[in-house]
Design a protein around this ligand. Sequence first.
Ligand code: NAP
Ligand code: MG
Length: 489
Amino acid sequence: MKTYPMYVAGEFTAGVTTQMMDIYNPATGEVIAQVPQATRQDMERAIEAARNAFDRGPWRNFTGQQRGRVLFKIADALRKEAARLAELETVNMGKPLTESEYDVADAVTCFEYFGGWATKIFGEVNPIPDNAMSFTLKEPVGVCGLIIPWNYPLLMAAWKLAPALAAGCTMILKPAEATPLTVLELAKILDAIEELPKGVVNIVTGLGEEVGAALSASHKVDKVAFTGSTEVGRLIMQAAAKSNIKKVTLELGGKSPNIFFSDADFTPAVEGALFGCFVNQGEVCSAGSRILVQETIYDKFVEAMIEKTKTIHIGPGLDRSNKLGPLISEEHLQRVEGYVEKGKKEGARLVYGGKRLGGNLAKGYFLEPAIFAHVTNAMAIAQEEIFGPVASVIPFKDEEEAVRLANDTPYGLAGAVWTRDIFKAFRVVRAVRAGILWVNHMQPTYVEAPWGGYKQSGIGRELGRYGIENFLEAKQVYINLSEAPLGWY
Ligand code: NAP
Ligand code: MG
């Protein structure tokens, strides 16, 4: 059995209690590794290390060029290990190998992109009217807690580590308890980079309720950047409010509408509906899980979705012929199955799938993708985030109704619209209250463009120039240039 230590203050450690937790392969249900189940005390140590590394330097006094070079070195090292990391990601998380390969490549790009930003951080001169100069300095926000989910383990780590490092912050990363392995491999890469001072990056494995909560409640942490459920996002805000008003950015859940007008290019549209909802087993925050289809093409569209879904291979991610892997855990599979039952009880028509796979897949957590037709937007399967391969297909009459349904949700992460009418597309783009809108596509994501949600899908944006701003404070400096004596007005 492989065991991985965690990474605190530049040392690999099993933690104070040396208690370990099992890590599973969701395709087989087998334990594949053990990692430390850290305690609050371990988290305190990691926070202390990050605090020291920030307050006493030398990291924050590095030039942008020096920090940038560290990020480029991380990217180079990741690229060298890409094949091995992609395989490990699939073994630990379940997703198809090709998806893991994209994720690792995107993580490399992310470190390179933010490595470039390290030399492009600067403030501005403020146009004040008096004989004085006012300018803004950008400074690192300080010690950051980075808490990530299990659906894109290495990539989510990169989205947070790369901009935080570029900005000159120090940090504690808490991977999801189910998927710490690629992140712990990344720790070895970080450790081998001599120019990265000890304590700048700390990686603590363990349970969210314990070490994640300790991180977000700490008085010594200046900011928490969190990706995960809306429910836990609320707890993070509460903890920040009750402790030291630390800065908080949140990337939370979604129930994104994918809108199909009758004039859409039919075949790519059907593919886009399925890909948008089922990719990564539907374990995607921006999954287009509400598929809104114009009445005039509704029956034909649902029929085409069913036919196409029959051809999707499901099985272990390491076999390249499989497009869908297992869900993350037995518990999560049961939760998703619960939604399939709920949808039936609510009166939606299950027109395809939704069954757990048996036979040689019985030990893994495999679920046939499910398609529900004649769903109304008020049903739980249309309102709640399922985070699995369950599509709710909802009919609409016209543009006005499509927009109304699209916005009838507590979430606002993403959405897509499919039509050949550019004017209609843009009207819908403007009318849908969400942070990301795609036209005639769903899910492409670029490190150069902002990512994040309206409404209960979060606070703030990651990636693009917003990504670096998240980890910076603005300091306004005033210099009096008047030689006249100062006095009361
Ligand atoms: P989750 O349960 O909210 O967990 C996310 C992270 O928070 C994990 O590391 C978890 O640790 C930790 N955590 C749990 N309880 C905590 C607490 N009380 N205090 C601090 N940290 C705590 O979410 P998940 O099940 O891993 O991921 C699925 C969710 O993430 C979905 O809702 C999805 O929409 C969202 N998501 C959003 C985005 C986006 O960009 N908006 C991207 C991906 C995922 P443990 O694993 O140890 O519990
Ligand atoms: Mg948990």
